[in-house]
Design a protein around this ligand. Structure first.
Ligand SMILES: NC(=O)c1ccc[n+]([C@@H]2O[C@H](COP(=O)([O-])OP(=O)(O)OC[C@H]3O[C@@H](n4cnc5c(N)ncnc54)[C@H](OP(=O)(O)O)[C@@H]3O)[C@@H](O)[C@H]2O)c1
Length: 212
């Protein structure tokens, strides 16, 4: 598959790029600078682009089989940029005629009960609530774009660099936690689940939680 990966220079984006490349996909990785450190593969090309600009996304996405996103607000950037990026990416895909979009979302937008999202629980940390709410605003943008085959793949509550074990669970719409209530995933295993979904499309128009 030819995959355009937005946010390829980020912590999660670099792991998704490596997972795609290991499986033989051709990857074009987008960041604002046009550089992606640490990936040296003949099937990888780093390019510059702005994910808040629909025309930029359209031009980059033309001719690709799918667009993947590991976009996030970098550094101290306003978290509100997330839905803005989702709007531009959706518009760009439509313009380019690409209909598959797999989006890295946030755990806060996953259900922990029939009518409760993680972000709505008392335990959810106040300091990350604005980012979580902004990720949910981006999800709403996807939900308004059912002409595209989108999937919102969201990690466990805690995601960190770690081991690639291949042993994890996924759940449509739900936060994945272990029997002690701990919700955790390594970035390497998250990347496996993300690329599985990109290849197989088992959770189109849905949220997919990933954890142990
Ligand atoms: N537990 C959770 O729910 C959880 C935890 C962590 C992360 N996440 C989510 O996962 C996503 C990725 O997280 P991360 O930690 O990997 O983020 P990160 O390391 O900050 O990477 C963000 C990426 O987005 C790119 N980017 C930002 N603005 C851009 C723009 N206007 N145009 C093009 N590229 C742009 C950055 O590229 P440049 O800056 O190089 O341009 C970088 O590649 C985020 O949406 C975050 O909310 C969820």
């Amino acid at each position: 598959m030819k995959v355009l990966l937005l946010g390829a220079s980020g912590r999660i984006g670099r792991r998704i790029a490596n997972e795609l490349l290991d499986r033989g996909h051709e990857v074009t990785g987008v960041s604002r600078s046009g550089t992606v450190e640490g990936i040296d593969d003949p099937d990888f090309e780093a390019v510059a682009g702005d994910a808040t600009d629909a025309d930029d996304v359209a031009e980059l996405a033309e001719g690709y089989d799918a667009v993947a996103s590991a976009l996030g607000p970098s550094g101290d950037e306003d978290v509100e940029v997330l839905p803005e990026m989702a709007e531009a990416v959706v518009a760009g895909l439509r313009e380019a005629g690409v209909d598959r979009l797999v989006w890295t979302g946030g755990a806060g937008g996953l259900n922990v009960g029939p009518d409760t999202l993680l972000v709505e629980t008392d335990e959810f940390p106040d300091e990350i609530e604005p980012l979580a709410r902004s990720a949910i605003d981006a999800l709403e943008v996807l939900r308004d774009a059912d002409d595209l085959r989108w999937t919102y793949v969201a990690p466990a509550a805690i995601i960190e660099p770690g081991e690639r074990t291949g042993e994890f669970r996924t759940a449509e719409g739900e936060l994945v936690a272990d029997e002690d209530g701990e919700s955790y995933i390594t970035m390497e295993d998250f990347a496996i689940a993300f690329v599985d979904e990109l290849e197989n499309g088992e959770a189109v128009h849905s949220r997919l939680g990933v954890g142990y």
